[in-house]
Design a protein. Structure first.
Length: 492
């Protein structure tokens, strides 16, 4: 995914004295807005998606079993991260990052419209496929475009990314609140329609200001040769045809979607590792660094397979176990999804300041991965301390558990992508970043698969064993820090 590494080579066109947006280049406001609205629509839709799938007809849902519903949500989440690889490739080889972002946003909006307008599973299928593909394109290119606004030595660069990520979390906070209210009063399709309106607003404001982005972002940095275009187009048609056949024949169905995404991701990851390790042109140091990424890849999968259950198990828990009564008014289920963004907004600057202050004395990446995974397991174990019973769990208890989720995330998520670029062999920078996204895709699909075993009436074993498994994984990584760092060959 060289769109994340090539942006520093593109000459920015934003003038050094352009400080129209809180001291930053004016185009940052445009990217801030489109990402805020895209996250508003993404998390707003996801906040009500699972309950739409398993609520019965009386509650205006589809009545799918909870196990199948979590498979669908897990597969969709994994698909988003798989789609980032496609989005980055399109930006690299065909459209350039700016046009890829624009068209991806159009696809996202189309997906939300389909989800809101087409009834039943047909709307879910069309909508989620489009949203996953579009969100992958947005996710793959938005950060690259922010980077293109600054010279490599521009002291405003980190501050610009901080503003940008603030937009992400504002959208993630507001989306579930508003779609949840509409869903409660007007039904699920009204909530999905609001997500579509939000994405349309983001697309409109982006369209008005996109001409201000650097010219270099409108061209593919490594365009396909004319002789390659037909071959890739043919491969895409064959892949699409195969997918249609698998869906129509029932080989791929709603109740095995997560399994399908898991196997596709595992095969792709093994292939990436094999190609890199077997290549004779990489040095022994580079090969060692690739090997060091193997245990961290596995650890990342374990982490995300628990963390992403915010959208599956935590949603069911909020519906069935949580006491949502607020002074006589019942809080929508989706509002729980707005808790994490608040903690991110509050704590991300604190973590950044701590790491900056510690400088070279901060924990190494394997230690951060280990601590984050241990904390993620501890968060699951904390569920065991909450009193049992239907709609009796205190909201403050769940908020405390989600605080641990957030702290765990801040140990792993901000450093993961950076690590993949630092460990990548020179000739495989794109593939290494793709591997990182594959680990998240695999973990997200696993979260849907695991959630199918959750039973809110008898949840002790579920939280106990998954919590212990994550803690054990984190402890193993902490104990293996020294050999992993030797393999990392100088990368911190």
């Amino acid at each position: 995914m060289s769109t994340t590494t090539d942006d520093v080579r593109r000459p920015p066109v934003a003038e050094a004295d352009d400080r129209a947006f809180f001291g930053h280049p004016r185009p940052l406001a445009n990217l801030f807005g489109v990402e805020m609205w895209e996250r508003f629509s993404f998390y707003g839709m996801q906040g009500i998606l699972l309950i739409y799938l398993y609520y019965g007809a009386a509650e205006r849902g589809l009545g799918i079993s909870e196990a199948t519903a979590t498979q669908i949500v897990g597969a969709y989440g994994g698909g988003v991260y798989l789609a980032t690889i496609v989005g980055a490739w399109l930006a690299d080889r065909v459209l350039g990052p700016e046009r890829t972002l624009f068209y991806a946003a159009v696809v996202v909006m189309s997906g939300h419209i389909a989800l809101s307008a087409i009834p039943g599973l047909a709307g879910v299928t069309v909508g989620l496929v489009l949203i996953a593909l579009g969100s992958g394109g947005v996710k793959a290119n938005a950060s690259s475009l922010v980077g293109s606004l600054y010279a490599e030595d521009d002291e405003r660069r980190d501050g610009g990314f901080s503003l940008f990520y603030m937009g992400i979390n504002i959208g993630a906070f507001a989306g579930p609140l508003l779609t949840g209210l509409l869903q409660e009063d007007w039904g699920f399709h009204a909530g999905f329609a609001l997500a579509a309106v939000g994405m349309a607003a983001g697309l409109l404001q982006y369209s008005i200001g996109r001409r201000r982005l650097p010219d270099a972002t409108r061209a593919a940095p490594h365009p396909l040769a004319a002789t390659e275009r037909l071959r890739y187009a043919g491969a895409a048609v064959v892949a699409l045809g195969l997918l249609v056949v698998l869906l129509v024949s029932g080989v791929v169905a709603a109740d095995n979607l997560s399994d399908t995404v898991i196997w596709v991701t595992v095969v792709a990851a093994v292939a990436y590792f094999a190609v890199m390790l077997a290549n004779r042109r990489i040095s022994s140091v580079e090969r060692s660094r690739v090997w060091s990424f193997v245990p961290l890849f596995v650890t990342n999968v374990v982490f995300w397979s628990l963390y992403q259950q915010q959208f599956t198990v935590v949603t069911i828990y909020s519906d069935k176990r949580l006491d949502r009564d607020l002074f006589g008014w019942e809080m929508p289920v989706s509002w729980v999804q707005s808790i994490n963004p608040v903690f991110i907004i509050a704590l991300a600057p604190v973590f950044a300041a701590v790491w900056t202050r510690l400088g070279p004395r901060q924990p190494s990446t394997p230690v951060k991965f280990g601590i984050g995974t241990v904390l993620m397991g501890a968060a699951f174990l904390l569920f065991l301390l909450v009193p049992g019973g239907e709609n009796t769990a205190p909201l403050l208890a769940l908020a405390g558990i989600l605080l641990v989720f957030t702290i765990a995330e801040l140990f792993i998520s901000p450093v993961g992508l950076s690590l993949s670029t630092k460990l990548a062999p020179r000739q495989f920078a794109t593939q290494m970043v793709a591997l990182y996204f594959l680990s998240i895709a695999l973990g997200t699909a696993m979260s849907g698969k695991l959630a199918g075993s959750y039973d809110w009436t008898d949840e002790t074993a579920y939280f106990l064993w998954l919590g212990l498994a994550a803690v054990a994984t984190g402890v193993v990584v902490l104990l293996a820090t020294r050999p992993i760092r030797r393999l990392m060959a100088g990368v911190h």
